[in-house]
Write a protein of this length. Structure first.
Length: 546
């Protein structure tokens, strides 16, 4: 956590001994625990701290000190909504206690479990593969759809918001917040507020729990999996129109290419792997089971940027008051005017994402994907389908001999042709440059012929094994196994399913593998194995006692 935390900044310091005694009295720490306190370096609103002892770690979130804007920094609401969501099984850090006594550390605060995982401060996810970016954004939209699918009534949050009319209230709220914090007159902010009030959606009666600040950097992902384990920062949560949350999440797609206001929130243009607006909308609607038509998306996007500009103004106001949470708060004053201009540009566009045909839907391929698919179809028609009879005759002829495990010469020759045509390893985005959706169409086409995937080096189980080696293998493993597999020089195998145990849980597997000289002895009961017979000479070195 060294890159996520810093020393406690002077305006936010408090008596740690008082806190330790309080937590000990609440049984969250033992009397002899020695705690360290560090402040999270990110976040612009309620100061957040990491509390660590030799055996436990917690997160503390509190109000800033000093004069505050009206209605802001309601840590009691954060605690309440997280408690309700945790009980409902939604991924949030478990809230443990809420303290309203200002004598403990000087302000109201609450304590929650420390959720450990991956936090990405840059929304563009630099350093990750194309496939990983896609998977993380899909996971984020999935958890947002899950939030909006929860019943407010069953959560007993009926009094948490004010019912229908959410959009009008949001425009009014952020106009007031901006006006209260404004350090100078910005005509575009005034014009934007007027435009929003004149273009309120006709249908504003849908009520769900909304997060209010849903972004990638407010999520904690599993350390290795593309799965959200915790949604953070519920300060702006309320009940109201869920599409406002989705639009807020989509904002970076609409930043101009030269938008450099915040390095971590720059334009998505030119970033491979982040799904398009159309795809994210379709995924979200699929998970919620609602139509993907959103004729008012331009309004919600403009409202989102207006809200972001208001937040930036508030951060700068807290900097002027001397109680800002983050070290870079002084920069935010210069962000308000450019964001207001962007919001007005969005407001004047027609941004309906109604899916009218496949080109506008979740099933849209990239241009490269469409080109490669045409090439694959031509290759299939010209070379592979005419070879089916010869391949079938080979396997019938050698059905009872060791030759059945050998690759027919015609397949080897077709592999050479496919590789020369650039139709090789199409399944792996880092190699092919294709998206998973692009490859889905290609896999559908090659699935028309039993041996076609092998021609393009896209056959199972090698595809899955290569993906695992590519994403998680050591450099030595990649050199030894991945590179020869990518070249088609070797084959791999995969065994799964032990009927007597739940072997989808790897900790239950009972099968054993022991070295015996230059061979391996495998003892266990497997339901089936794939690829083992294609190992040629390698297969003879494996003694399988199934």
């Amino acid at each position: 956590m060294d890159d996520q935390t810093t020393h406690v900044r002077e305006p936010h310091s408090f008596n740690v001994d008082n806190l330790q005694k309080y937590l000990s009295a609440k049984s969250l720490l033992s009397d002899d625990d020695k705690v360290t306190l560090r402040q999270f370096s990110f976040g612009q609103s309620n100061p957040t701290f990491l509390i660590e002892s030799p055996t436990r770690s917690y997160v503390l979130r509190k109000k800033p000190p000093g004069e505050l804007l009206p209605g802001a920094h309601k840590v009691d609401r954060e605690y309440h909504v997280q408690k309700v969501l945790f009980s409902a099984g939604f991924p949030v850090p478990q809230p443990l206690l809420h303290c309203t006594d200002p004598h403990i550390i000087g302000t109201e605060f609450y304590i929650m479990e420390h959720a450990k995982g991956r936090i990405f401060r840059d929304l563009r996810l630099p350093g990750l593969s194309v496939a990983e970016r896609t998977a993380l954004y899909v996971a984020a939209v999935e958890v947002l759809a899950k939030l909006h699918s929860l019943s407010v009534a069953s959560l007993k949050l009926g009094g948490y918001g004010k019912g229908p009319g959410y959009c009008k209230r949001q425009v009014s709220t952020w106009t007031k917040q901006y006006s209260a914090a404004a350090h100078k007159d910005i005509p575009d902010m005034n014009n934007l507020s007027d435009w929003l009030l004149k273009h309120l959606p006709d249908n504003d009666d849908e009520i769900t729990l909304v997060h209010g600040d849903f972004r990638i950097d407010n999520l904690i992902f599993h350390a290795k999996e593309a799965r959200v384990i915790a949604v953070l920062d519920w300060e702006l949560s309320t009940t109201g129109q869920p599409i406002a949350d989705l639009a807020y999440f989509l904002m970076p797609h609409y930043w101009p290419e030269d938008f450099n206001i915040l390095s971590s929130m720059g334009s998505f243009k030119g970033i491979d792997g982040i799904p398009s607006v159309e795809d994210l909308v379709s995924i979200y609607c699929h998970f919620r089971g609602i139509p993907s038509s959103m004729p008012d998306l331009n309004f919600y996007l403009a409202l989102s940027v207006f809200k972001m500009a208001g937040i930036a103004q508030g951060i700068y106001a807290r900097y002027l008051l001397g109680n800002a949470s983050a070290q870079n708060a002084a920069k935010f004053g210069q962000y308000v005017e450019p964001m207001a201009a962007i919001a007005l540009q969005i407001a004047q566009r027609t941004l309906s994402t109604t899916a009218k045909d496949p080109e506008d839907s979740l099933l849209r391929q990239t241009r490269k994907g469409q080109t490669v698919l045409r090439q694959v179809k031509d290759f299939m028609k010209k070379h592979i389908l005419p070879a089916q009879k010869e391949v079938q005759e080979y396997y019938i002829k050698h059905a009872q001999s060791p030759q059945r495990w050998h690759t027919p010469l015609i397949i080897k020759n077709l592999q050479v042709k496919a590789r020369e045509a650039g139709l090789w390893n199409l399944f792996l985005p880092a190699v092919s440059g294709l998206t998973q959706l692009d490859y889905a169409y290609i896999a559908e086409e090659t699935g028309c012929c039993l041996f076609a995937p092998e021609i393009f080096n896209c056959q199972a189980p090698d595809t899955g094994n290569m993906e695992v080696l590519h994403m998680f293998g050591s450099e030595e493993q990649k050199k030894l196994w991945l590179q020869p597999l990518l070249k088609g020089e070797i084959r791999s195998c995969f065994c799964m399913t032990e009927p007597d145990v739940a072997s989808s849980d790897a900790t239950n597997i009972e099968c054993t593998v022991d070295r015996d000289g230059d061979s391996y002895v495998i003892n266990g009961k497997k339901w089936w194995s794939s690829g083992g017979g294609a190992q040629g000479k390698t297969a003879s070195r494996i003694k399988m006692n199934f």
